[in-house]
Ligand binder design. Structure first.
Ligand SMILES: Cc1ncc(COP(=O)(O)O)c(C=O)c1O
Length: 194
């Protein structure tokens, strides 16, 4: 019997074609902007998502933490659901690196909704830390994924509240398909994605 291991995306193995592509890739010093493969990937991602820039990072955690640092100021907070990777699996990185608090929301299926976001976001006040970023992904959601409609609804409320959204790489496959299909009418519902 053929067993397919769905414990994590990280247990998948590279195909021979992927290994061949790595072996023959043009490489250079990325610090000097001399790596043609990294440059091509960043240009491709930037154009695909219509963003100002794209940056190659070597892990999901690194991408998450860089994005949170970019979106927040010291003493602010990041709203996410309680099962999210940034809350459960990245040690206390957000507190250490961004010096921000995480506001972990309990949500059905670990899915944030516009209502939950509106109810739990804070503005400037003497007592609350200001919500500087909304983050969502599906690390501990038992394999459930946000639909495009859910993502667009979150984007709408975030725009109304003027708060940037950060989403995790797992959505990129979906986003790629959608952006190819709807390229003229749709932009990525997030300010940053690792
Ligand atoms: C939702 C989510 N965020 C972040 C990460 C961390 O990625 P990495 O192990 O590349 O740091 C993972 C890993 O699977 C993840 O599922």
């Amino acid at each position: 019997m053929k067993i397919i291991d769905f414990r994590s995306d990280t247990v998948t193995q590279q195909t021979p074609q992927m290994r061949e592509a790595m072996f023959t890739a043009a490489v250079g010093d990325d610090v000097y902007g001399d790596d043609p493969s990294v440059n091509a990937l960043e240009t491709y991602a930037k154009e695909l998502f219509g963003s100002e820039a794209a940056l190659f990072v070597s892990s999901g955690t690194m991408g998450n933490q860089l994005a949170l640092m970019a979106h927040t100021e010291r003493g602010e907070e990041v709203l996410t659901h309680h099962g999210s990777h940034i809350f459960q699996h990245e040690q206390a990185s957000t507190s250490v690196l961004s010096q921000c608090k995480i506001n972990p929301i309990i949500a059905d299926n670990d899915h944030l909704t516009p209502e939950l976001i509106a109810r739990n976001c804070h503005g400037n006040s003497l007592q609350d830390s200001k919500t500087a970023c909304i983050e969502y992904e599906n690390a501990l959601s038992n394999g459930t994924v946000y639909t495009l409609q859910e993502m667009q609804a979150i984007d709408e409320i975030a725009q109304k509240l003027d708060i940037p959204v950060h989403i995790f790489e797992m959505f990129i496959d979906v986003l790629l398909e959608v952006s190819v299909a709807l390229r003229s009418t749709w932009t990525a519902p997030a300010s940053s994605m690792p």
